[in-house]
Design a protein around this ligand. Structure first.
Ligand SMILES: Cc1ncc(COP(=O)(O)O)c(C=O)c1O
Length: 375
């Protein structure tokens, strides 16, 4: 049997990882400035994470959500403290799309409304409603097409106000920093106006924190840097450091009802052990502070490089533009210098490394970037 060919693959076989490094089948080492697409939060195969999962595997790998699973409560308690959302509830699931799908459903159950506002260049996942709220018609199947989603330009307050005049929304879904859309930061004034409009219209504000959340921006949630709070926060990627686990943080004004949401695998003991290990390491090694500091250092230094432009982002979620005359910079970085980076449309390079990236590794990256840029 062959694999269904849905990904454009690099001709590389990655077989091992440690910290901010991965190795291919030939033993060649790579610096991972891509984090397996923002997934690696505490570092590849972190020893505490490995031990926590191994121990849990021997104890109990799975039981269903029909009984109390103490690790879920332990995870919720830790998340409350570390995210600062002490009065929110937690719903656990398995992926970013599933978290957004459940958040959108919850907003619709809560308001009794159908319409959702999303933004140009957004990415919210590939399940039915999440993909409909994603601004990429190429990945929306005919069965997913719906009139219930309205798109507005990102960071355009006037267009936002107009959209609220024209429709009664159940929810607005927004990334604090658009990832797939090319590292576009939601402006503070835009988020503040959005919060005010949601309050005035009793619309649910969903902070898609799947990529920009979990400390990556230098704050637990990127949206909160604007001084606002969301009604629902969706989380995935960094939450498990590669173990599939996701969740929705739910503000106290939502009323739970049995059967409203559900999942077979969400919140299984192995996923909880992985997520707990991530939070423990994040706290012990002060990784959010490190993301803020190392990210700032990277951005400051990148801004001094003449061949690139428009350096932007927060913490360790960084993007910059590379002009066409630089040719295939990412390929040179990968195949000649052994550095993984991410990309976005229009010649954008994305950096999404582990939140534990050291200054020494940041310097190695900067050196290799300099070597790869055409002079
Ligand atoms: C902002 C955002 N939301 C949702 C998703 C979907 O997450 P998943 O691939 O885990 O379903 C992604 C994935 O890239 C994302 O970047």
């Amino acid at each position: 049997m062959k694999l269904f060919d849905v990904y454009p693959l690099q001709p590389l076989k990655i077989v091992r990882g440690e910290g901010s490094r991965v190795w291919d089948a030939n033993g060649r080492e790579y610096l991972d400035m891509y984090g397996g697409h923002a997934v690696i939060s505490i570092g590849h195969s972190h020893p505490h994470w490995v031990t926590r999962i191994e121990n849990q595997l021997r104890q109990l790998a799975f039981y269903s959500n029909s009984v109390y699973l103490p690790l879920q409560e332990e995870l919720a308690e830790r998340l409350a403290v570390q995210s600062g959302k002490t009065d929110y509830d937690l719903f656990l699931c398995n992926s970013g799309a599933e978290a957004n799908e459940n958040a959108l459903k919850l907003a619709s159950f809560h308001t009794g409304r159908k319409k959702v506002l999303a933004f140009h260049k957004s990415f919210h996942g590939r399940t039915s409603l999440a993909v409909a709220a994603t601004d990429n018609p190429a990945i929306v199947a005919p069965v997913n097409q719906t009139d219930n989603i309205v798109f507005a330009p990102f960071n355009d307050i006037e267009a936002l106000e107009q959209a609220f005049q024209q429709h009664e929304f159940a929810a607005v879904i927004i990334e604090g920093i658009q990832g797939v859309g090319g590292i576009r930061v939601a402006e503070d004034a835009f988020l503040k106006r959005l919060r005010a409009l949601c309050d005035a219209h009793k619309t649910v504000l969903i902070a898609d924190s799947v990529q920009c959340g979990y400390g990556r921006s230098g704050s637990f949630f990127a949206h909160d840097l604007a001084g606002i709070g969301a009604d629902l926060y969706t989380m995935a990627k960094g939450m498990g450091n590669g173990f599939p686990v996701a969740g929705v943080l739910i503000a106290p004004h939502f009323q739970a009802k049995h059967g409203m949401l559900g999942t077979t695998f969400g919140g299984n003991p192995l996923a909880c052990a992985a997520a707990l290990a991530v939070l423990e390491v994040m706290e012990q090694d002060k990784l959010i502070e490190n993301a803020e500091k190392t990210g700032q250092y990277l951005m400051d230094t990148l801004r001094g490089i003449p061949q690139i432009s428009n350096v932007r982002g927060k913490g360790l979620m960084i993007g910059f533009d590379v002009p066409a005359e630089q040719g295939e910079l990412r390929k040179r970085l990968l195949f000649e210098q052994g550095v993984f980076t991410g990309e976005a449309k229009g010649g954008v390079v994305r950096l999404l490394p582990s939140l534990a990236l050291s200054k020494a590794d940041a310097d190695i990256f900067l050196e290799k970037l300099d070597t790869s840029l055409l002079k």
